[in-house]
Design a protein around this ligand. Structure first.
Ligand code: RIB
Length: 302
């Protein structure tokens, strides 16, 4: 049976709700503060699970209250946490998020245990051909390099979501099957985009990534939809219109949707449509993991 295996970060999100983001040097009051399960890796795992995948999380938390709560939450959702280690003397990752009335967010991450991996982290798991292996950039390069190398040696499919962006090492790149970026990350990888609204310009930038060796490139364009480029596809799939409340975790929901479509045998266009709707539903609710829809909720709209 195919599995979604996520190697990634686990954070507790501490979210303040404000009228508008403070300027540098400004002190403002918030309307509310809430604690939500988060971390790009954990959110992607929750998305995979709620969207119908047998899901395994490989991650690190501190041996503290947030770590216990995060593992409890993942287990409650039905994710295998056998490979989530609690590290003594480390803090569980925390993200300090501010969401304004116009649903824009800013995020500061304290990585803590997410950066503490030894080289033995993959000894207990064997990748299989049917698996989809996912990572993002809130864990160190050496972790992703090793995981993707082993995944490809076993012919699994690998998905890289290089967020927050840093240079992508050759070792990671050569073992990445599907690259998922947003417009800002596309720009960071390919240079300044003159007109972000112009489809031809977007395809020109995405094709630079294909020329550099990526097989499938997916660019999320917010409410404008999703660009898909590969040897088989060159298409922009339009966005699903919703009223946004909080966009935190939309990208993570999308990544889980892609894994779900692949694992369930959908073709790539159907997969992107499915993930797009899942991500659009997630922005209609507060929080990251807490806003991710179930497969039934997505299918009721398709
Ligand atoms: O992508 C959203 C996530 O980024 C948040 O849940 C936060 O933890 C940060 O990692």
């Amino acid at each position: 049976m195919s599995r979604a295996i996520i190697i990634g970060s686990i954070n507790m999100d501490i979210v303040t709700y404000v009228q508008k983001h403070p300027k540098v040097g400004e002190t403002i009051f918030c309307d509310d503060v809430k604690y939500f399960p988060g971390g790009k890796g954990s959110n992607q795992a929750i998305s995979c699970k709620r969207l119908g995948c047998d899901t395994y999380m490989i991650g690190r938390v501190g041996n503290d209250e947030f770590g216990k709560q995060m593992i409890h939450f993942q287990k409650y959702e039905g994710i295998s946490t056998k490979h989530v280690k609690k590290l003594d003397g480390e803090l569980t990752g925390q993200a300090f998020i501010t969401v304004s009335k116009d649903s824009q967010n800013s995020i500061i991450v304290m990585s803590g245990a997410n950066l503490k991996w030894d080289d033995l982290f993959l000894e207990e798991i064997t990748f299989k051909k049917e698996d989809v292996v996912i990572s993002q950039f809130e864990v160190p390069n050496h972790v992703i390099e090793k995981a993707f190398m082993l995944a490809k040696e076993n012919e699994a499919i690998t998905i890289l979501n290089p967020s927050p962006m840093r240079p992508i090492s050759h070792q990671i790149k050569k073992n990445t099957d599907i690259l998922i970026v947003n417009e800002i990350e596309l720009e960071e990888l390919t240079g300044k985009i003159d007109n972000i609204q112009d489809e031809t310009t977007l395809f020109t930038h995405a094709s630079l990534l294909i020329k550099s060796g990526y097989k499938t490139v997916i660019v999320t364009l917010g409410s404008a939809g999703v660009l898909l480029l590969s040897s088989k596809h060159k298409v922009i799939i339009k966005g699903h219109k919703v009223t946004p409340v909080d966009t935190t975790g939309a990208g993570d929901t999308f990544v889980g949707g892609i894994a779900s479509g692949i694992i369930r045998g959908l073709d790539m266009i159907e997969t992107v449509k499915f993930a797009n709707i899942a991500a659009s539903l997630s922005v209609t609710k507060e929080g990251a993991a807490s806003s991710i829809p179930t497969i039934d909720e997505v299918n009721s709209i398709i």
